[in-house]
Design a protein around this ligand. Structure first.
Ligand code: NAD
Length: 490
């Protein structure tokens, strides 16, 4: 499978009230990180269009909430079929606008479909509970949708991150407004069309294109009851504060700086997983391990990590960096690390991508050794295929470094000793912990979500712990008197 670059620029619209409409705001372009060429254009939604979208979503909600869960689920089944039918086409669009390899784009979409499969099971898993709590008195709960909800997503997973919330929030009966990243908005057209083709009533699903202004207008809109956000910590905090001040339910996932604690007894053969963690998606994922805390003598394992990284070439096994500005930032960060005393073990700046992608934005795997724990390379989220090795004398020293980072997304340990693995799992600050796994993403029905500056708000964004975020629980207590003197009953 090779990347298919369309001959014509894709004209992207907003989906409002079930109709595709050009935006009335600023014009923006979408550039492919593979080629540096413009591949799409769109106009941002205007404030009037945000208003119109929210009103249409509210109108559609009145119908959608009354559609029985089983019927909603049937539409979501058809949504799954449409996505599977178009897997290659959608993966191609994701790669085109984001720079991932086609395999990564496909895997991301499959992960999104896994969340959809979890949503399909809600009709059986979460059908409510009822019991007689005292003679003749019954208690039950009913899960109710919130109304119009909004989701704001980042550039780095144009399909997977939106699919964390679309299936669950819709199946629970909400109307959904999606504001994709302005850097990677094209995928939204394919996902939305699949929903429309599956028979979702018009207005239940809305897409508004744009950036900060559109996000703020959506959060502020009185009809929007809850806001999900995934992106950088700085913006996650702004979104959380803005929405909370208006009394809205907000779950805002932020950035990360993830650690792997490497112990000398880890099997060198499995240490390739460490390399894949920081090189996958060119390091542009919130679960990438970017700091390796090497405890004691781990040279055999580090040699394996280096060998694997050296076998991965930018433009072939490794995808592109989102923009020229980000690529330049990464180059500066490598220079800064060297100035701060780091030694380069693998230098990804010397790249030879395929001829067709020469004008794209490429950085190969880069490994920095003897990074000092307080320097930029060890503390700041760089968002590129760069691994910083910090040498530690013992596990306690490693855990102090892991614990004092302000984020809290992921931490893994590589070891063959179950007791030591448990020690690291207990002491890690991160919300998602891995043992001999470089990217410890919990699969459904387990929920995704970190702590600290990696998540503002409560609950998680997927799995069982997301249900209470996307719905309200109504508790009903009832007592009926049985009467036998109604002749008309017999
Ligand atoms: P970003 O914060 O720049 O943008 C995310 C979204 O916020 C976009 O839709 C954008 O239009 C909007 N936005 C940008 N500035 C805004 C502002 N001032 N006010 C309101 N909205 C604004 O993030 P990004 O660069 O697109 O994505 C990369 C970041 O996302 C990384 O930090 C990464 O770790 C994080 N991320 C986190 C997770 C997670 O699960 N914790 C998952 C994926 C990505």
């Amino acid at each position: 499978m090779t990347l298919n670059i369309p001959n014509q620029t894709i004209q992207l619209n907003n989906l409002i009230g079930g109709q595709w409409q050009p935006g009335q705001g600023r014009e923006q372009t979408v550039t492919s990180p593979y080629t540096g060429q413009v591949v799409g254009t769109f106009r941002e939604a205007s404030p009037e269009q945000v208003n119109h979208a929210a009103a249409s979503a509210q109108e559609a909600f009145a119908i959608w909430r009354k559609t029985p869960l089983k019927e909603r689920t049937q539409i979501m089944f058809r949504f799954r079929e449409k996505l599977v039918e178009q897997l290659d086409e959608i993966a191609n669009i994701v790669s085109l606008e984001n720079g991932k390899t086609l395999g990564e784009s496909k895997a991301g979409l499959m992960k999104g479909i896994e969340v959809l499969e979890f949503a399909l099971s809600l009709q059986n898993l979460d059908s409510g509970g009822k019991m007689e709590v005292s003679r003749g008195v019954h208690c039950e709960y009913r899960r109710e949708p919130l109304g119009v909800i909004a989701n704001i997503t980042p550039f780095n997973f144009p399909a997977m991150v939106p699919m964390w919330t679309i299936p669950i929030a819709l199946t629970l009966g909400n109307s959904y407004i999606w504001k994709p990243s302005e850097k990677t908005p094209l995928t939204s057209r394919w996902i939305s069309q699949a929903l429309l083709d599956a028979g979702l009533p018009k207005g239940v699903f809305t897409v508004l294109q744009g950036g900060k202004d559109v996000v703020e207008a959506v959060i502020d809109h009185q009809l929007v009851k809850a806001v999900g956000f995934v992106g950088s910590s700085h913006v996650a905090e702004l979104v959380y504060q803005r929405g909370s001040q208006l009394g809205k339910r907000v779950l805002a996932l932020g950035g990360a700086k993830n650690h792997i604690v490497l112990l000398p007894d880890a099997h060198p053969e499995i240490c390739g997983g460490i390399s894949d963690s920081f090189t996958g998606c060119a390091g542009q994922r919130c679960m990438a391990a970017s700091v390796l805390l090497a405890v004691g003598d781990c040279q055999a394992q580090i040699d394996q990590v280096v060998a694997r990284a050296e076998s991965q070439r930018a433009g072939y096994e490794i995808g592109a960096i989102i923009s020229r500005e980000q690529l330049e930032f990464l180059h500066r960060a490598i220079d800064q690390a060297v100035a701060d005393g780091a030694k380069i073990l693998v230098d990804g700046r010397k790249v030879e991508p395929p001829e067709a992608y020469r004008d794209g934005y490429w950085l190969g795997p880069t490994i920095l050794d003897h990074v000092q724990p307080e320097t930029q390379a060890a503390t700041q989220e760089l968002f590129g295929p760069i691994l910083s090795i910090v040498r530690c004398n013992n596990i306690s020293e490693a855990m102090v470094i892991e614990n004092r980072n302000p984020y809290g997304n992921a931490c893994s340990v590589f070891t063959n000793n179950g007791g030591l693995a448990e020690q690291v799992a207990q002491q890690a600050k991160a919300g998602m912990v891995g043992i001999n796994i470089g990217v410890p993403v919990p699969r459904e029905p387990f929920s995704f979500g970190g702590i600290g500056r990696s998540k503002f708000g409560h609950g998680d964004i997927t799995g069982v712990h997301s249900l209470n975020f996307w719905s309200d629980m109504k508790k009903l207590t009832s007592k009926w008197t049985m009467q036998s003197d109604h002749n008309w009953m017999s």
